[in-house]
Design a protein around this ligand. Sequence first.
Ligand SMILES: *Cc1c(COP(=O)(O)O)cnc(C)c1O
Length: 385
Amino acid sequence: MLINQKFLLTPGPTPVPERVIQAMNQPMIAHRGKQFPKLLEETATRLAPIFGSPNPVILISGSGTGALETAASNIVEANDDIVVVVTGAFGDRFASICETFGANVHRLEVEWGKACQPDQLEEYVKTIGKNVKAVFATYCETSTGVLNPIQQLGETVNRISDALFVVDGVSCIGAVPVDMERWHIDMLVSGSQKALMLPPGLAFVALSNRAKEAVKNCRTKRFYLDLNKYVTSYEKEYSTPFTPSVSLIYGAREVCSMIEEEGFENVISRHMLLKKMLREGLKALDLPLLASDEDASPTVTAVITNTSESKQIKSALENNYGIILAGGQKKLKGEIFRIGHMGYCTPFDMLRVLNALEMTLSETAGKGILGRGISKAQEVWLEYV
Ligand SMILES: *Cc1c(COP(=O)(O)O)cnc(C)c1O
């Protein structure tokens, strides 16, 4: 059978649209020449509404973890009291990075598969006391498919403390609403290969005005990731302190055009639709979901299985249908598989993965299962059109 197309339904990397590939495929320009400042300014300012940022977005060469380290190294000093909300593997990584810079890290451990509730955070921060310098949280916890209520968490932090609020938005920015000023977010970071439909390699950092001051005053040693250098270089000459990833920035500008053309509100509701179609379809197939409807992310869905079933489903989907899914990470290794549905992803992709799951499961569950998930997903889609 002809299956030479691969469908990446991993929660990063994600498919890159043809027009973004074309936009990146250009002759190199000198970043100290005339063209680059215009490219950078345009991209940084057009990304700002996607990040809900009051300032142009800072672009750094590196993966998402580079963005997390940038956040920590520009805010955290040795012996600072830092609260990190840990709802999964990426919250855990944020905490480890803060520890690397010598902080006194207080981990608010939330059961994996659940979102952090604002009152949980309030109680926890209050027990630590007044000295908390910053609260770090993950918007979409990719390892569990949970979307934390970042708006409410930000409002809570702001109401009960002077702490800075730092958010990892790697696996959802570009697909979800966010408003840094109204939600009291001081630093919001992301990466290129998730909802922003780009290849890996570009890290994004958005700063509030208060965070800009905090970054200026932070004495932690850093060189390449020193945000002051990036802010100065941008404000002086729309440039970057070091050689930028020019091709990826061409791509990022094209992504801005795509999001503007579709309308950011429509992009957000498309992701809500993808989530609902997939979840209702999976439920109709009796596949148990890790996150509740309230906590579930619009960009990634985790299905509970066991190790052998997860392996079998993943390899059947890849070998027979060209669909690539992801497994579980850390604590959840072997216990779940994950379907990414962010960025360049359509309702048809949800029907495609449900189709492949139904055909795979029919080997054991019988033909009665065929069409069950798909028709449920179609009903959900019909309500939207
Ligand atoms: C993917 C991801 C990261 C890490 O990104 P890398 O590009 O793999 O370094 C960090 N946080 C979250 C929430 C992610 O989904």
